[in-house]
Design a protein around this ligand. Sequence first.
Ligand SMILES: [Zn+2]
Length: 490
Amino acid sequence: MTLASLPLGQRPEGRTALGARWIVACDENGHRLLRDGEIVIEGSEVLYVGPEFPGEVARRIDLGEMLISPGFVDLDALSDLDTTLLSVDYGPGWATGRVWPQSYVDRGPYEMYSPEELVFQKRFAFAQLLRNGITTALPIASLFYREWGETVAEFEAAADLAGELGLRVWLGPAFRSGGMVCTAPGVLEPVFDEARGLRGLEDAIAFAGRMAGRHGGLVQTMLAPDRVETCTIDLLRRTMAASAEMGLPVRLHMAQGRMERAVMARLHGTTAPDWLARHDLLSERLIAPHAVEAEDADLDLYAAHGVTIAHCPLVYARDGEGLRSFRRCRDKGIRIGMGTDTAPPDMVLNMAVGLMMGRAVGGGAEGLTTAEIFDAATIGGADALGRPDLGRLRPGARADIAVFDLADPWFAPGVDPIQTLIFGATGRVTRAVFVDGRLSMRDGAIVGHAPDDMRRQAQAQFDRLVAKYPDRTFGHPAVDRIFPPTYPLL
Ligand SMILES: [Zn+2]
């Protein structure tokens, strides 16, 4: 039998045995490579991983020259039509629509997408994640084009989307107490609205309690204060208290940028990790993208309190920056998970860039092993969520599986299967994805999705957003002056 015999978007009846040239199996010591083995899934679980299964199965599918892998766990999963792409070659942020000018604040910030566009954006993004072998996602999107924070309504819709498409998610609308405002060229001032931040938190707590466990457990919840410099200590204190009470992960961007460092130093006289530590708010429930601006003492605090770093190498490598370093963090005992954070939401590419950057800044080939970066994209993220049944293929684990084509012509010659995948540096060889035992993606196909139509719709929506950039760019220059072409137009 072939994968084509399985109904897309559904959980096959009875036991399904999947055989392939290679399987990333897991035992008590971690990932192990199994050659010419089989994995048997039944319902939503992995029943067996090993040599050919001796028991009865409803069907047996030989995938041939493929790699059966645990699906990736994406702790900062792009759920946006990515606007950070507009910040790679253009800057500084205040001159390119990434810091609100005072004039935009005075006129009243507004939602630059309609409610329908916000839902479409997540539908498009969730499909992209599945096509890249990502089975667990903690969505992230920009707040620059929002009126303030994310809304409960769009996250209720996102929960149903995850159920419809078959993607495991941890959802929480992003909230914040403040933001940066540009009052003169290059002059940035933090402004706060404490009551608005606390209302956002209350909404997020109610959402988290109401939505956790929806769609057969596929939907879980988190609290997502946006960026540390836009939060007051009271907001963060209440966030961490709710997290402790409800057992929810908290994702908070910190030690992630130079502007943040400057603002934290000015407002609080220290770094973000130190500020939180002084208020006893660091915990093992905290997932902190991106740590590229973390001091050694900050990393010591992460290690002491069990904070997980969400490592997103691609988005930083484009600016020539990176985590310093993967090796140092691991040597300190810090847990590292991974995130995509930018387009393309490709975890394989992120592993490739992470490996190169990790070695560039951290001791050459000894700085980081291929196994370590693969562990981060699977086990590291699962452990950050307290889920030993994710990120690993072993009996009793959730059947969250990605199938990669090792015979893709782009990959010739192949070496070891993990090296072939990571050195090949593209998730486009993802042929199938199972989430909770359900076939969510096969050869790019996802239930209810027409990729070409969706790409056109996504581009049109993105173009409409770009046309609004002058509204929130200092001095309101025309779009072609904010984003000039790479070469002069002929
Ligand atoms: Zn991020």
